[in-house]
Design a protein around this ligand. Sequence first.
Ligand code: NAP
Ligand code: ZN
Ligand code: ZN
Length: 334
Amino acid sequence: VKRELDVTVKVLYCGICHSDLHNVKNEWGFMSYPMVPGHEIAGIATEVGTKVTKFKVGDRVGVGCMIGSCHNCVNCGDNLENYCPEMVPVYGGKFSPNNDNEDSNGTINYGGFSEIMVVDENFVFKFPNNMPLDGGAPLLCAGITVYSPLRYYGLDKPGMHIGVVGLGGLGHVAVKFAKAMGLRVTVISTSPSKKEEAVNHLGADAFLVSQDAEQMQLAMGTMNGIIDTISAVHALLPLIGLLKTHGKLVMVGLTDKPLELLAMPLLLGRKIVGGSAAGGIKETQEMIDFAAKHGITADIEVIPMDYVNTAMERLAKGDVRYRFVIDIGNSLKS
Ligand code: NAP
Ligand code: ZN
Ligand code: ZN
């Protein structure tokens, strides 16, 4: 540790999010290199600064999408550090002078594909005892990214019907959280081969193949909300058609190109298209505790560090059920 509020984390596991892949390819155009990805980080606290109160050496801890914010703005005051204009992403960002950090020398910070991380305790999470570090790590991005909009957009009332579009890393945990909240869940997917698993294993109530016009037609006007996790350009109008009056389509997937939106189908039913990015620190801890209580973890394929390039290629093809997690602790042992 360097600063009195720092926690040194020995990284044991780190998930691979599709955002890491977008960033490796610079698909959003703002990455600077060298860059070390990884924002679904779980490990053990090995050292704590003199003023750290939340953690002690040996604690099971996590780090997610961000490691700093201004602590002074309206968003920070509302526990929405993720929307702070000074938010420091866990990798690819720089500490700004406003973060009150004597290390703000313009160094770009590196993410969780690393042996250790040193992070302000305010941006470190506690893993409950019954939450595994490997299956729990992906919750720090995939989990909070779907949990937060379900709560914020009021799509968390038992009995509501929601759609989850895209059954990947985000989508599969969205199904689990939505079921734990007592919702009726329909998965909307391009992959008919995922139906069996979605319904029998993940607990979805129904499964629609998005290219099947007949299936989509039958489900028109039945959903209170949709969480759209698709990582590529796709048609929004069929999804808006699935919404009931006052339904909400929430975008969490991120494409590099614009999506086509017509006003008419929104007006006819007072429908809303919104977005959501990760979540604040307080809500992320709440999400982890909720997940631990309901036995929610990600379905993972654990891989060694030297498999990461192959994993990225497989992720690009959608060939993962449903999250790669790097076994960093054991990869770096030898
Ligand atoms: P992922 O594991 O690759 O899952 C994406 C899923 O989208 C795929 O499994 C596939 O599901 C579907 N899909 C992929 N390409 C498609 C296409 N061309 N047309 C239709 N469906 C397609 O990715 P992820 O890690 O869940 O991330 C999903 C997106 O969310 C990424 O863009 C990522 O950058 C973004 N993200 C945003 C936030 C945030 O804060 N808002 C946080 C994390 C990630 P089916 O096989 O079921 O069709
Ligand atoms: Zn992510
Ligand atoms: Zn702020």
